[in-house]
Design a protein around this ligand. Structure first.
Ligand SMILES: N[C@@H](CCCCC(O)O)C(=O)O
Ligand SMILES: [Mn+2]
Ligand SMILES: [Mn+2]
Ligand SMILES: [Mn+2]
Length: 314
């Protein structure tokens, strides 16, 4: 595939420094070489020159650093639009999950029929008024879902964002730490949501089948895969800011990635919440290794193995 890689060194959607080092950690882990070695044409657009100075005075309700996050979102959106318009699959490396405001909005400008598969321990759909933390990495979807527009206060920095998704365009897999406001929103809007309980109940293959059927029944819409590494079990991705026990196994994660690859319609993937400042060196290595493994499966690397076209037994 033709891949456009965008670094999103950003941390102001939450309180722990370090997610701005996520893109670098994945690059140092050999991500580009790995993708190139499996035959992809990777164009590295570099890291976005994001400003992440605090903007204390911008605080409205409980949304922290809104102008900084909003400014970053605009820059991210413009870049993702450019990459998608160029015909490349956009691989956006975060950075905290507030990055998804920009990546989803940016893709929407080019592919308004996008659907979103949100792989996360968290629902990330708090509004600034339902959020308990004020961290905007817990709010991205609330800025994008049309049904929530009446409940969103005007936040400085986000004037440019017009909601672009409806509830039926979204499916969650991996939920296991959902706030009361988020649970209410999921049920009220009827958003397709498979928590870890449903993963245990139905198995990942059934969950994946149902999730894709729910958001894209005719199998023709471009897919936005928003992958928060904290969807994986903390033993697999320890270097992340909001770990929650009982996460996806590596095999479940790889299965999700392979099934997305099999659709042939992956258009934008976010890789969010890698924080190389957290945990031991071994923890960072483990997190980076498993994340790269997930990414390679999203781009068609198969556990069944493969051979080059025209291969013959010598
Ligand atoms: N729901 C919590 C935790 C959010 C975690 C965000 C991560 O999933 O991107 C909050 O709103 O602060
Ligand atoms: Mn749309
Ligand atoms: Mn999360
Ligand atoms: Mn998240």
């Amino acid at each position: 595939a033709k891949i456009g890689l965008v670094g999103v060194p950003f941390s102001k959607g939450q309180q722990r420094d370090g997610t701005e080092k996520g893109p670098g950690a994945l690059r140092n882990g050999g991500l580009l070489e790995t993708l190139t070695s499996i035959g992809h044409d990777v164009h590295d657009y570099g890291d976005l020159p994001l400003d992440f100075s605090d903007d204390k005075e911008g605080q409205i309700g409980v949304a922290k650093n809104p102008k900084t996050v909003g400014h970053a979102s605009k820059m991210i959106a413009d870049k993702v639009s450019e990459v998608v318009k160029s015909g490349r699959t956009c691989l956006a490396l975060g950075g905290d999950h507030s990055m998804a405001i920009g990546t989803i909005y940016g893709q929407h400008q080019v592919q308004p029929d996008q659907v979103v598969l949100w792989i996360d321990a968290h629902a990330d759909i708090n509004t600034p008024l339902t959020s308990g933390s004020g961290n905007m990495h817990g709010m991205p979807l609330s800025f994008l879902v049309k049904e929530l527009d009446p409940y969103l206060p005007k936040i400085p920095g986000f004037e440019f964002v017009k909601p672009c998704l409806t509830a039926k365009d979204i499916a969650y897999i991996g939920l296991r730490d959902v706030d009361p406001g988020e649970r209410y929103i999921i049920e009220k809007l009827g958003i397709t949501a498979f928590s870890m309980q449903e993963v245990d109940k139905y198995g990942i293959n059934e969950v994946m089948t149902r999730a894709l059927k729910a958001i894209d029944p005719e199998g023709k819409r471009p897919i936005h895969l928003s992958f928060d590494v904290d969807s994986l079990d903390p033993s697999l991705a320890p270097s992340t800011g909001t770990p929650v026990l009982g996460g996806l196994s590596l095999r479940e994660g790889l299965y999700i990635a392979e099934e997305v690859a099999n659709t042939g319609r992956l258009s934008v993937i976010d890789v969010a919440e890698v924080n190389p400042s957290l945990g031991s060196e071994q923890d960072v290595e483990t997190t980076v290794k498993n994340t790269i493994e997930f990414i390679t499966k999203c781009f068609g690397k198969r556990r069944q193995g493969a051979y080059p076209p025209g291969y013959h037994i010598p």
